[in-house]
Design a protein around this ligand. Structure first.
Ligand SMILES: O=P(O)(O)OC[C@H]1O[C@](O)(CO)[C@@H](O)[C@@H]1O
Length: 544
């Protein structure tokens, strides 16, 4: 049995100098602890590491299964062992897919056919040639999906707002809360609306319910089944279920078993992005991701961005006991990135058994949270700076803005860098005292206030700089986080590609829905029974 690496790392963590000392003692610390790839620069010098702990972490990576598992992934082996599936999402962003086969299937040809199908549909939509059942061109597209079938395209569409060039408006329907579809359709005309039902399984309740509601809305306008055929497409691997819904085979964009939902942005699930920015720019998104793949595959671990981020992550979780990780994009357009990475990271690595089903004794994925800077500075950054919690944070800043409004970008960057500096160096009691006295306070007042102004510092962060928020750099950024999550999964020896934990809630919602519809509740616990009773009573009163 192999020796657990964590006790030794915990010992090293307890021996770290403070970050202030570390910077004072080493004038080239920033250069020592930085790396770049695909135009993205990662400054990880403001982390609680020194040459000794960093080399121990490098050793951890070198002795890990990262390389063999990566090779197995690239070879199309079923590294998702509980679902017997490969994890071949990297193939989707390859510019050259010719000759790519898996289990005897010409995957390269399938990918090319899918790209051609997406391009043809987008061209028709852009040129006003896709006509609705009454002969009018389509003006609006509703993308119905949830989780991996929604978060990626929604985030990327938002991130690439300055690149939008589509005459067709796009609407995302994910949540089963009827408010979502209701808000969308009340402004739309079914005659000019196209709906794409994005569901790999074509069995996800939220997606199917939203799609049925939209189909019903069509029918209410008198649309017949031929009209439904004209207005509904799908992205799915479940052709028969999509067909049963009424979607013809020519309107079904393929999804494959070898691509997990949260890794599917690069497939037909990226259609909303391609629609909004055009297929050429979408190819740039793929190119950026492919460039990051090449970096990840070929670069030594010591200069490898995903490996570096993964090592820092496990260091904080398993040596320091941190349970959260903040993702703080200093970019309005990247404000959905934290929600996207939440699924990527937490659904992949939020596990408590290893690949063989053995209970893990160490924690795995952190709670990912965050929002666009500088908004967070006036909300939760207080906790980052002064609470006893240590929350490692990734600050992400695209350098060149997509606007030319005065010095907004310099001010934004100043805040971003100041936050990382403040977290790192903090403010001592002496400094706080001197500041109060310099402000003209009496000794007594200064002594009263100074402790409240102290910031402990020594709070770790990464800074990621992108030349600009273009499709290429966005692709590289997303792929970097994908590979980080992959490496961490390997270091924890877990399967990052399944998500059995989401199933229980789905299973239990069936009987509860039955109970809410008036059926028996005796098998349910008393809390759930009472909640059902209260809900049913009030909703029935409201409807009376
Ligand atoms: O594309 P589907 O099959 O509707 O699944 C949507 C999402 O649901 C999940 O399975 C979780 O329930 C995700 O992994 C997936 O991305």
């Amino acid at each position: 049995m192999s020796v657990s690496p964590w006790p030794a790392l915990k010992t090293l963590a307890a021996q770290q100098d403070s970050l202030r000392q570390a910077f004072d003692n080493d004038p080239v610390r920033a250069a020592r602890f930085s790396a770049s790839a695909c135009g993205i620069t990662l400054d990880y010098s403001k982390n609680l590491i020194n040459t000794q702990s960093w080399s121990a972490l490098q050793q951890l990576a070198a002795q890990s299964q990262i390389k063999p598992t990566l090779n197995a992934m690239l070879n199309g082996e079923c590294i998702n062992n509980t679902e017997h599936r490969a994890a071949w999402h990297m193939m989707l962003r390859k510019a050259d897919v010719n000759g790519l086969t898996l289990d005897g299937e010409d995957v390269g040809a399938q990918i090319l056919a899918c790209r051609a199908q997406v391009t043809a549909l987008i061209n028709q939509l852009h040129q006003g040639q896709y006509l609705g059942y009454s002969g009018k061109p389509i003006t609006d597209l509703i993308w119905v999906g949830i989780g991996g079938s929604l978060l990626g395209p929604q985030m990327a569409v938002e991130a690439l707002t300055p690149y939008h060039c589509s005459p067709v408006k796009l609407h995302f329907a994910g949540n089963i809360d009827g408010a979502v579809v209701s808000d969308i359709i009340k402004h739309l005309n079914p005659e000019t609306t196209l709906t794409i039902v994005a569901s790999k399984s074509f069995g996800t309740e939220e997606t199917i319910q939203n799609a049925l509601t939209i189909r019903q809305w069509f029918k209410q306008y008198g649309a017949d089944s031929a009209a439904i055929v004209q207005h509904f497409w799908a992205a799915s691997s479940n052709i028969s279920a999509a067909a049963e819904f009424g979607i013809i085979e020519q309107h079904i964009l393929p999804m494959w078993d070898w691509v997990g939902g949260r890794y599917s942005l690069w497939s037909a699930i990226g259609l909303p992005v391609a629609l909004m920015i055009g297929t050429e720019q979408f190819a740039q998104l793929l190119a950026g991701a492919e460039a990051m793949d090449q970096h990840f595959i070929h670069t030594p671990f010591s200069e490898n961005l995903p490996v570096t981020l993964a090592l820092l992550g496990v260091w904080y979780i398993n040596a320091y006991g941190c349970q959260a990780q903040a993702l703080l994009p200093y970019s309005h357009y990247l404000r959905l990135l934290p929600s996207y990475v939440q699924q990527l990271d937490m659904e992949s690595n939020g596990k408590s058994v290893d690949v063989n089903g053995r209970i893990l004794t160490e924690a795995t994925a952190p709670v990912i949270w965050g929002d666009a800077g500088t908004n967070g500075q006036h909300a939760y950054h207080q906790l980052l700076h002064q609470s006893r919690l240590v929350v490692p944070a990734d600050f992400i800043l695209p350098i060149k803005p997509a606007h030319n409004l005065g010095d907004h970008q310099q001010r934004l960057a100043a805040h971003c860098f100041a936050q990382t500096q403040a977290l790192m160096q903090g403010k001592t009691l002496d400094e706080a005292m001197n500041e109060c006295l310099a402000d003209g306070m009496t000794d007594t007042d200064a002594a009263m206030l100074a402790p409240h102004k102290v910031s402990p510092g020594n709070k770790p962060s990464n800074t990621l700089l992108l030349p600009e928020l273009s499709p290429y750099y966005l692709g590289a950024l997303i792929a970097m986080y994908e590979h980080k999550v992959f490496c961490q999964g390997v270091l924890w020896h877990i399967n990052s590609f399944d998500q059995w934990g989401v199933e229980l809630g789905k299973q239990l919602s069936g009987p509860i829905y039955q109970a809410l519809s008036g059926n028996r509740t005796e098998t349910l616990d008393s809390s759930t029974q009472a909640l059902i009773k209260l809900f049913s009573h009030q909703i029935n009163n409201n409807n009376a």
